[in-house]
Design a protein around this ligand. Sequence first.
Ligand SMILES: Nc1nc2c(ncn2[C@@H]2O[C@H](COP(=O)(O)OP(=O)(O)OP(=O)(O)O)[C@@H](O)[C@H]2O)c(=O)[nH]1
Ligand SMILES: [Mg+2]
Length: 198
Amino acid sequence: MKITSAEFEVSSPDIRTAPRLVRPEFAFIGRSNVGKSSLINLLTEKRDLARVSDKPGKTRLLNFFVINGKWRLVDLPGYGYAHVAKSERFKFNVAVADFLENRESLRHTYLLIDSRLEPQKIDVDFIGWLVGAKVSFSLIFTKTDKQSANLTNTSVERFKRTALAGLGVEPRIFISSSKTKAGRKDILADITARLAAV
Ligand SMILES: Nc1nc2c(ncn2[C@@H]2O[C@H](COP(=O)(O)OP(=O)(O)OP(=O)(O)O)[C@@H](O)[C@H]2O)c(=O)[nH]1
Ligand SMILES: [Mg+2]
């Protein structure tokens, strides 16, 4: 797919205030700092479309971007960031959960995992929640430019063996790098296929 336009639409604290106009949506979720906003910029080839920051917890709202005037990418607040106020953390987690469970226009969710780390409990728990909530998701292993292809492979295999074991799901797996542009084509092809499959 060619992306001819990518525009920021709105930031919403929750699903109640999210855009009403129905368009197919693809959401990006994962731990703070894993690279969700960077990935949205990579997919759209716009450097500053989604805000990127070294400091975790940058994305605090549900951010909607309209692509080619027809569908949306949704940049969700990361989880596992301890330094936002407790009340706010709770609120955002609820908003994200509500979005993933109840947003009717949500077609698919991409869960980002840092390719350099051993499986993290918080990611494993979150996957368990996704499976329980019957949210359709794929995995994207990020920041693969920071290590060899071999190490990324090992990391992905370990994740499959441990974190995904016994869950009864086999999500599609992508690898990505906002530096080398790895994954861009594959992820866009996946979105294209999902848009076509109604
Ligand atoms: N080397 C490298 N750095 C990356 C990559 N993706 C993201 N980063 C860096 O990681 C940091 C966090 O990236 P963001 O895209 O803001 O992460 P996020 O998941 O949106 O973070 P929150 O909004 O805080 O939840 C930034 O310093 C990025 O430049 C990547 O593929 N390779
Ligand atoms: Mg972000």
